[in-house]
Design a protein around this ligand. Structure first.
Ligand code: PBG
Length: 322
């Protein structure tokens, strides 16, 4: 139907009409809020590279988690900064590690809040790589064994969901087996299935003190030029036992989210990463963008592309707006 029979503006003519034809609605139910916990006591230290984000300690994390829960946000994603690092990242699976203690504190005070934990070694190793190093290279299978230990220790502490972010091959299989063998068959795996070697992680690496001391992450994270590989990565992770798959980053990878949505039936998460968060914050601080409106537009775009779950540092602010 051509003009003037068809006038697209009729469908935009007033707020009620716009509500009626609205195809994408962002909800607080979609959000996951990342939290950083470090060794120490009584901490709530602002993270310099990330506006309104803090380093908590295991004794202060529960209060923050309770606030997140009170906003109606269903889940937090925990990142740990250990007291000491070593070659293999052994604090990552320590029974009394920062994340393990934090999970227990959160579960005690906010049992209804889902606790998702990041499973990776980069914040725990002296060299800052996501795996163990043998002859100058990241050893895939040896890393998977350690990641399974980390996931199991988080499950033992009470985590609901474990989220491997390392990009080793086969790690979902190792983790799924370890969980099954030890009676944690109900712990879900949210795999960072299509995680790209992205420059958008910069502010996070300051926050998590996890920048690699040599080289980069291109031998394990995906090359940003590729898209078919992302589908292969996701298919493999589902096959190995992932319950939720993730595309990361989100905004520069909306095409990947869209393709994954069309192809796979399982819940799809997208990580609105630190660089995306700080681009908006910096532009808003400079008076160039309206922070709230732009935030909601960004999150809506991620949802419209096909994500069911959005992991974002904006979660608390968005929850207040929605
Ligand atoms: C650790 C990890 C990273 C992020 C989440 N988990 C950094 C990296 O891979 O270097 C980035 C999150 C963000 O930028 O917000 N493997």
């Amino acid at each position: 139907m051509a003009f003037p029979k068809n006038r697209m503006r009729r469908l935009r003519s007033n707020p009620a009409m716009r509500r009626l034809v609205c195809q994408t609605s962002l909800s607080v139910d979609d959000l996951v809020y990342p939290l950083f916990v470090r060794e120490g006591k009584g901490l709530k230290e602002p993270i310099k590279s990330m506006t309104d984000c803090y380093h908590f300690s295991p004794d202060t994390i529960a209060a923050e988690a309770a606030e997140v829960a009170s906003l109606g946000i269903p889940a937090v994603l925990l990142f740990g900064l250990p007291g000491k690092k070593d070659d293999i990242g052994s604090q990552a699976w320590a029974e009394d590690g920062v994340v393990q203690r934090s999970i227990k504190e959160i579960k005690k005070s906010s049992p209804e809040l889902l606790v998702i934990t990041d499973i990776c070694l980069c914040a725990y190793t002296e060299h800052g790589h996501c795996g163990v190093i043998k002859d100058g290279k990241i050893d895939n299978d040896a890393t998977c064994e350690l990641l399974a230990k980390v996931a199991l220790s988080h499950a033992q502490a009470g985590a609901d969901v474990v989220a491997p972010s390392d990009m080793m091959d086969g790690r979902v299989k190792y983790i799924r087996e370890a969980l099954e063998e030890n009676g944690f068959e109900n712990v879900a795996i949210m795999s960072y299935a299509a995680k790209y070697a992205s420059a958008f992680y910069g502010p996070f690496r300051d926050a998590a003190e996890s920048a690699p001391s040599f080289g980069d992450r291109r031998t394990y994270q995906m090359d940003p030029v590729n898209c078919d590989q992302a589908m292969a990565e996701i298919a493999l992770d589902i096959e190995e036992g992932a319950d939720i798959v993730m595309v990361k980053p989100a905004l520069a990878y909306l095409d990947i989210i869209c393709r994954a949505r069309q192809r796979f039936d399982c819940p799809l998460a997208a990580y609105n990463v630190s660089g995306e968060y700080m681009m908006l914050n910096s532009a808003a601080d400079a008076g160039l963008l309206d922070r709230e409106a732009t935030m909601l537009e960004m999150l809506t775009a991620i949802k419209r592309a096909g994500a069911d779950i959005i992991i974002t540092y904006f979660a608390k602010e968005a929850a207040k707006q929605l």
